[in-house]
Design a protein around this ligand. Structure first.
Ligand code: NMX
Ligand code: MLT
Length: 437
């Protein structure tokens, strides 16, 4: 079977050619305007970066190299004994644009399990963090410290050619992905289950199978399958989201993949981005507590208005690009519908009922451009149902996943020779002059 390295070696030249041709023939072709609203409005809608692995359509949602989520669910290999696509399958698709065989993904799983243990100094570092330090801060610090072993950094210091950057970047990216489960699980155990012995990685398991095992939930097949789906689905959401964009920006300075992804995790840790994951559960549980046994549409509506009138956002709703319910939300909901114990779970039923009411309330409120749920509106409730109730940890799982897409782009940015990212900013005075010109 062809390895991921050989597959990449094969697909890179055609993409390099495609870019070269675009550059040669169209460098000066205009493809859009810049409006003042883009400059003062968080660059929303501005097409200004190259990101090949996935594209987000406002109405249809995400496609990974042209494949929708249902397409991926059909064609991407599952783990032995499972049905959901694996992190390895999604990574392969994102990196190469090709659908791997089961054998290819199993080889990748074996590589991850073989090199996924943490260096001793890193275990000591993570063990020294106070349990009160937010799990996302711990994850970002741990990932940054893994750059101790960066092959890219060492090769750069030795002095390598630009055309070789991508191969060392790829090695760092694969090692980082391999080590994320052990790092993320160690954080969970230290904070929430101190003193419990963490098992070793199982050479026969896929990345997520090992992650769930290390977290201490390895016996729960349904949770393992859920997390396979979750981690594949959160893997990439084109390039403009704050975490992916951060990785891209930092990587463009030739910081190594560990430093780049550590920075990305700090962007993911904001409540308007990945932290919404934890916020949704906190908010839904507070709603559950307040409504008690009276969970009716009218009472949920009233609770939503209370949230909005207090000046808070409704977590899990709205999006910078999407204008319809997030297909990742739909896929996770469908996972629940297919399992009786989840279908009847009070927290999942509450999320469903909230979905029946919230879009109407948000439309009436009239502010958000997208009154529909994003993936965070539901992603935590299955974890909660299965006893992984520590919601401050939830964004860490998102962080394990987003590595797939953000690191893919680091490899491609090097393969395509993309330059340092450095947009032009303007002052208010300059903008004032520009609008008059
Ligand atoms: N609840 C209340 N108000 C909202 C919401 C919401 N869920 N979403 C947007 N608005 C407001 C927003 O705060 C803004 O108000 P103002 O003019 O006072 O500043 C107005 O509606 C217009 O915002 P949009 O242009 O619709 O949204 P934008 O692209 O700026 O922001 C989000 C997108 C995702 C940051 C925003 O919808 C939000 O804050 N949602 C809640 C947090 C959340 O779920 N984030 C997770 C996103 C997905 N992820 O995983 O990263
Ligand atoms: C993501 O997955 O990154 C979020 O949906 C946010 C975004 O795409 O802007």
């Amino acid at each position: 079977t062809k390895s991921i390295r050989d597959t990449l070696k094969e697909v890179i030249p055609a993409k390099q050619e495609q870019l070269k041709k675009l550059k040669a023939e169209h460098s000066q072709t205009v493809v859009g305007d810049i409006k003042v609203e883009n400059i003062i409005g968080g660059m929303r809608g501005l097409k200004s970066m190259l990101w090949d692995a996935s594209v987000l359509d406002p109405n249809e949602g995400i496609r990974f190299h042209g494949l929708s989520i249902p397409d991926c669910q059909k064609v991407l290999p599952a783990a032995p004994g499972g049905k959901e696509m694996t992190a390895e399958s999604m990574l392969w698709l994102l990196l190469t644009g090709q659908v791997p065989t089961s054998e290819q993904t199993r080889e990748l799983s074996a590589e991850f399990a073989a090199k996924g243990e943490l260096p001793k100094f890193l275990e000591d570092l993570v063990d020294s963090f106070p349990a009160s330090l937010h799990p996302m801060t711990q994850l970002s610090m741990g990932v940054a410290a893994l750059n101790h072993d960066s092959q890219f950094q060492a090769a750069y210091e030795r002095g390598i050619k630009k055309s070789e950057y991508w191969t060392y970047t790829l090695e760092d990216c694969l090692t980082l992905i391999a080590r994320l489960p052990a790092l993320a699980a160690r954080i969970y155990r230290n904070v929430y289950k101190p003193g419990v012995q963490i098992p070793a990685l199982d050479k026969n398991l896929d990345l997520v199978g090992n992650y769930v095992k290390l977290l201490g939930y390895g016996d729960n097949h349904s949770l393992t399958e859920y997390l396979r789906l979750y981690i594949a689905l959160h893997g990439d959401h084109e390039g403009g989201n704050a975490s992916a964009h951060t990785a891209h920006l930092v990587g463009s300075t030739l910081s190594d993949p560990y430093l780049s992804y550590s920075a990305a995790l700090l962007a993911l840790a904001g409540p308007l981005h990945g932290l919404a994951n934890q916020e949704v559960l906190r908010w839904q549980l507070a709603m559950q507590k307040e409504l008690g046994n009276n969970i009716t549409h009218d009472n949920i509506k009233e609770y939503l208005w209370k949230t909005l009138k207090s000046g808070q956002v409704v977590p899990g709703y709205g999006h910078g690009v999407l204008r319809n319910p997030d297909p990742r939300f739909i896929a996770l909901q469908e996972f629940c519908q297919g399992r009786p114990e989840l279908k009847d779970s009070p927290i999942i039923q509450l999320v469903n009922k909230t979905f029946e009411v919230a879009p109407g309330v948000l439309k009436e409120h009239g502010k958000t451009k997208n009154p529909y749920p994003n993936v965070d509106a539901t992603s935590g409730c299955v974890l909660y149902h299965y006893g992984l109730t520590e919601f401050k940890y939830y964004t860490v799982i998102f962080g394990v996943s987003r590595a797939l897409g953000a690191l893919t782009q680091l490899v491609w940015a090097k393969a395509l020779g993309l330059p340092l990212e450095r947009p032009k900013s303007v002052s208010l005075d300059v903008l004032g002059k520009l609008v008059k010109a």
